[in-house]
Design a protein around this ligand. Structure first.
Ligand code: ADP
Ligand code: GN1
Ligand code: MG
Length: 381
């Protein structure tokens, strides 16, 4: 075990051994490997052996740069998972598999700060379920849509005032635009010259970025408890039943617009290419996937969305995609300090796929609206 941990420490995750020792696990740690493909946290699969079986855990080093208030963040995660546990029990579900279970530290806390200031948490590993980076079966995407819609319903009664805003202005697209404009002006890495086309693409759409925030701020659209990071790989699909089992990655649960959750799923899952695809001819909005997600999300919301929210779904998809592209480009201009990269220019490639997708949505705008109208008319409150 010690050798294994030393090796991991070399793989630039220092103090992992301290973290493993800090939590109340069943058995002796036998392996610990990097896991998943998230852009923000460092995730490991930890296996511990006791007399009878191997017990699996997810160990995560939270990103201190991205999350400035870890205490508030973990209060959100523990509060929300506890609340969901109760709601799932009321619906005769299995809370051990249908929501995340935090493992406490030996001192009875939900997270551990190591001697260098890194913050760690641990979850019970959910077995018999998988997260997908691309839509392999349309049915999976449909299931994820129902589950994200239902997730919003489950949390409708959560005391919003208890939620910490873990990343202020997370989906405030006008604020994202201003940050981007500042990054272009400052151009600290001298990268703006090679991104002129992309910068222009954003500026041409500057008038549209406030469409959702204006409705929220004027009270024409309700604030709801939203997940805010509804990528397909943030939902676990049961390997046997094929149903969406558990919504994970709860770091960004905050008050927001329902269309944020809908839109971010479309951005990631209804794209015919991967998020960092370099061949832009592969990027497009799949209308069949758009349709299936729209159907599932509205079903999951069980008639709770207002007419305005439904009418704004296409705009939510477009703005979440544009905003994400703006964020990737901003990070590229600022020297790749926010999103993890695994190769040069990956953030620029990611930005380009997002903008190609926005352009394709604009070309398919009428069709997107017709699909939303078709399913929305059956679901309006
Ligand atoms: P990030 O914020 O970096 O995206 P996530 O919380 O989404 O981190 O975790 C990364 C990956 O780890 C997920 O996509 C999923 O595959 C896996 N994962 C996270 N939590 C669990 C869990 N409790 N059980 C099984 N797998 C998990
Ligand atoms: C990040 O953590 P992960 O990989 O699920 C990011 C999202 C972006 C996404 C783009 C906290 O999500 O906002 O949409 O990358 N999360 C945070 O893939 O910034
Ligand atoms: Mg994730």
């Amino acid at each position: 075990m010690e050798k294994m941990l030393e090796k991991l420490a070399e793989g630039k995750c220092s103090r992992i051994e301290e973290a493993v020792q800090a939590f109340l696990v069943d058995g002796e740690p036998v392996s610990c490997q990097r896991f998943g493909s998230g852009h923000i946290n460092d995730t490991f699969l930890l296996v511990c052996q006791d007399d009878e079986r191997k017990n699996k855990y997810i160990l995560q080093r939270m990103n201190n740069e991205v999350f400035k208030d870890i205490k508030g963040l973990m209060k959100n995660v523990s509060g929300v998972t506890e609340y969901l546990r109760g709601r799932i029990q009321e619906e005769n579900g299995d809370p051990d598999r249908e929501t995340l279970t935090l493992i406490q530290t030996k001192g009875g806390a939900y997270y551990f700060t190591d001697s260098t200031g890194n913050n760690w948490r641990m979850y019970r590993f959910i077995t018999g379920a998988t997260t997908y980076d691309v839509v392999k079966k349309p049915e999976d995407f449909y299931q994820s849509a129902k589950a994200f819609g239902h997730f919003q319903r489950l949390l409708a009664g959560y005391p919003v005032q208890e939620l910490t805003e873990t990343i202020p202005d997370f989906h405030n697209t006008p604020v994202r635009l201003r940050t981007f404009q500042k990054a272009v002006e400052e151009d600290i890495c001298h990268r703006a010259a090679e991104c002129q086309k992309e910068i222009q693409f954003v500026l041409e759409r500057a008038d549209e970025v406030g469409a959702v925030m204006n409705l929220l701020q004027s009270g024409q659209m309700p604030y709801r408890v939203t997940h805010n990071d509804t990528k397909l790989n943030n939902i676990m699909i049961d390997d046997i039943t094929g149903e969406a089992l558990c919504v994970i990655d709860l770091d960004t649960i905050m008050p927001g617009a329902s269309v944020f959750d809908y839109g971010d799923s479309i951005r990631f899952g209804a794209n015919t290419a991967e998020e960092d695809e370099r061949d832009l001819s592969k990027v497009s909005l799949s209308l069949p996937l758009f349709e299936i997600y729209t159907k599932g999300f509205l079903e999951g919301c069980e008639g709770s969305l207002t007419e305005t929210e439904i009418a704004m779904l296409p705009m939510g998809a477009k703005l979440m995609t544009l905003e994400c592209g703006i964020r990737f480009l901003t990070d590229y201009l600022q020297g790749d300090t926010y999103f993890k990269i695994h190769r040069e220019r990956q953030n620029l490639d990611r930005c380009r796929t997002q903008f190609a997708l926005v352009a394709d949505m604009e070309a398919k705008w009428g069709k997107m609206q017709a699909i939303v109208r078709q399913y929305g008319s059956q679901n309006v409150r």
